[in-house]
Design a protein around this ligand. Structure first.
Ligand code: TGC
Ligand code: FAD
Length: 387
C-alpha cells in the first residue's frame, strides 16, 4: 500500500540505504523533540533558537559531507535528508546549517590553506566558531559579478571597503567569508569578528525567516593579513560553487517544509466536519490533498536523483538550479494551499503552514531567485545568457 501519511507514496524509503535512513530518522527525532516545541514562539518573537546549536553540532550536522577535521564524511543523499528534516522544522534552522556547512566550511575546505582549515574547520564542526557568507550587496544580489566591495593589497595586508546585505548569521558569526573585487578579479577572505573596520548589524522587521539572524556587514578600511585570503579561490566561480552546495540542500529543504504543511492540512481535513461530513470527504479537498502529494512525491524523487548524481561526482550546477527552483516552488505552493485549507486558523502561527509560507518567500529569493534559476536553465538549453 502506498504511504500517504509520511508521505512516501513511491517507496522512496526503499531507495535509501540503512545508513541514510538512520541519519534521517535521527534528525527527524531532533526536530520533533527540540525544534517543533519552540519554533512557533521563536518565529513570533523574532528569535533564532541558538540554544539548539550545541546539540546540532553533537549530532554532526555541520559540514557533514566534508572529510577530516572532525567532519562525518556522509554522502550527499544523507546530507540532503538532514536538510529536509531541518526545514520540516523551520527554514531558519535549515538556513543556519546550510550557511555553516555549505557556505562557510565548504569554501574553507575547498579553497583554504592548511592553516585556515586547521584553525576553523574543527571549531566550526563543533560549533565553537560560527560562520557567515557575504556575497550579496545592497545594490543587487542577482548579479554578484558587479560587486562593489573592494580589496586592495597594501604592504603586508589587504584593505577591504564596502558593504554586504541580507547576510544570514552575520552578527553571531565569529568569521565572515567575504567576497570582494581585487585588481585580479573576485577573491575570498576570512574576516574575524572584532577586526577593526568590520561591523555587523541586524536587519529587523522581517516578516519571513523570523527565527533566523539576518544582518548587514560593513567594511571601512578593514585591514586583514594576507594570510586571511582563501588562496585557491580565484574568480566568481569560487563563490558560485559554494552556492551550488547550499542550493543543493535547499532543494531537499523545500520538500521538508511541504511535508510539514501537507501533514497538518491532512489532519485538519479529516477532523473538520462541515456540511455534514469531514472536509476530507469533499471532492475539491481531495483534489487539493492529491495535488500536494503529487508535488511532494515528484520533488522527493528529483532531489534523490540529484543527490545520487552528486555522489557519483557527475552533478552539474544547472541541475541544482532546476531542483532549487522546482522544490522551493513546491514548498511555497503547498504551504500557501495548506494555509488556505486550514481556514481562519491557518493564519495563526500555532499552525505551521503560515510560518513555512512566509519563510519560503525568503527561500524562493535567496540562493538565486526563482527567475535567476529559470534563466540559468534557459541559458543551458539555448546557449544564450538572457540575464
Ligand atoms: P557566469 O559566467 O555564469 O559564471 C562565472 C564562472 O562560474 C562558473 N559557475 C559556477 N560554478 C559552480 N557553481 C555554479 N552554480 C556556477 N555558476 C557559474 C561558470 O562556469 C564560470 O566559470 P568560468 O571558469 O567559465 O569562469 O557568471 P555570471 O556573472 O554570468 O552570473 C551568472 C548568474 C546570474 C547565474 C550568477 O551570478 C548567479 O548565480 N546569481 C545569483 C546570485 C545568488 O544566488 N546569490 C546568493 C547569495 S548567498 C545566499 O543567498 C545565502 S542564503 C543562505 C541561507 O540559506 O540562509
Ligand atoms: P535583486 O537582484 O535586486 O532582484 C530583484 C528582482 O529582479 C527579483 O525578482 C529578481 O528575480 C529579478 N531579476 C534580477 N535579475 C533579473 C533578470 N536578469 N531578468 C529578470 N528579472 C531579474 N546573501 C548572501 O550573500 N549571504 C547570505 O547569507 C544571505 N542570506 C539571506 C537571507 C535572507 C533572509 C534573504 C532574504 C536573503 C539573503 N541573501 C544572502 C541575499 C539573497 O541571496 C539575495 O536577496 C538574492 O540573491 C536576490 O538579490 P536581491 O535581493 O538584491 O534582488
Amino acid at each position: 500500500m502506498p504511504d500517504c501519511q509520511t508521505p512516501d507514496f513511491y517507496s522512496f524509503d526503499s531507495l535509501l540505504s540503512e545508513d541514510e535512513r538512520q541519519v534521517r530518522d535521527t534528525v527527524a527525532k531532533f526536530v520533533d523533540d527540540r525544534v517543533l516545541p519552540i519554533i512557533a514562539e521563536c518565529f513570533e518573537k523574532e528569535r533564532f533558537p541558538s540554544e539548539l546549536i550545541p546539540e546540532m553540532a553533537e549530532l554532526g550536522l555541520f559540514g557533514p559531507t566534508l572529510t577530516d577535521y572532525g567532519c562525518a564524511g556522509l554522502n550527499n543523499v544523507a546530507y540532503g535528508l538532514i536538510m529536509q528534516e531541518l526545514e520540516r522544522g523551520d527554514s531558519g534552522v535549515r538556513s543556519f546549517a546550510s550557511v555553516q556547512s555549505g557556505l562557510c566550511m565548504y569554501p574553507i575546505h575547498t579553497y583554504g590553506s592548511d592553516e585556515q582549515k586547521k584553525r576553523w574547520l574543527p571549531a566550526m564542526a563543533r560549533a565553537k566558531a560560527i560562520g557567515c557568507f557575504g556575497l550579496t550587496e545592497p545594490d543587487g544580489g542577482s548579479d554578484p559579478g558587479t560587486m562593489k566591495t573592494r580589496a586592495e593589497k597594501r604592504g603586508g595586508d589587504w584593505i577591504i571597503n564596502g558593504a554586504k546585505m541580507w547576510i544570514t548569521s552575520g552578527t553571531i558569526a565569529d568569521v565572515a567569508v567575504v567576497w570582494a573585487m581585487t585588481e585580479h578579479g573576485v577573491r575570498g577572505f576570512l574576516v574575524e569578528k572584532g577586526t577593526p573596520g568590520y561591523t555587523a548589524r541586524d536587519i529587523p522587521h522581517k516578516m519571513s525567516l523570523r527565527a533566523s539572524v539576518t544582518s548587514e556587514l560593513f567594511f571601512d578600511n578593514c585591514k586583514v593579513p594576507l594570510s586571511s585570503q582563501l588562496p585557491k579561490a580565484e574568480g566568481l566561480g569560487a563563490p558560485l560553487s559554494c552556492l551550488t552546495q547550499a542550493r543543493y540542500g535547499i532543494a531537499w529543504g523545500g520538500i521538508g517544509a511541504a511535508i510539514a504543511c501537507y501533514r497538518e492540512a491532512l489532519t485538519f481535513a479529516r477532523q473538520r466536519v462541515l456540511f455534514g461530513a469531514p472536509l476530507s470527504h469533499k471532492q475539491l479537498i481531495q483534489v487539493r490533498l492529491a495535488d500536494m502529494l503529487r508535488r511532494i512525491t515528484t520533488g522527493q524523487l528529483l532531489a534523490l536523483q540529484l543527490g545520487r548524481l552528486k555522489d557519483q561526482g557527475v552533478m552539474h550546477h544547472t541541475q541544482v538550479s532546476l531542483a532549487k527552483w522546482n522544490n522551493v516552488r513546491i514548498g511555497l505552493d503547498v504551504a500557501r494551499d495548506a494555509r488556505d485549507l486550514l481556514g481562519a486558523g491557518g493564519i495563526s502561527v500555532e499552525c505551521c503552514p503560515v510560518r513555512h509560507m512566509l519563510n519560503l518567500e525568503s527561500v524562493i529569493t535567496y540562493e538565486g531567485t526563482e527567475t535567476i534559476h529559470q534563466l540559468i536553465v534557459g541559458r543551458e538549453i539555448t546557449g544564450t545568457a538572457a540575464f
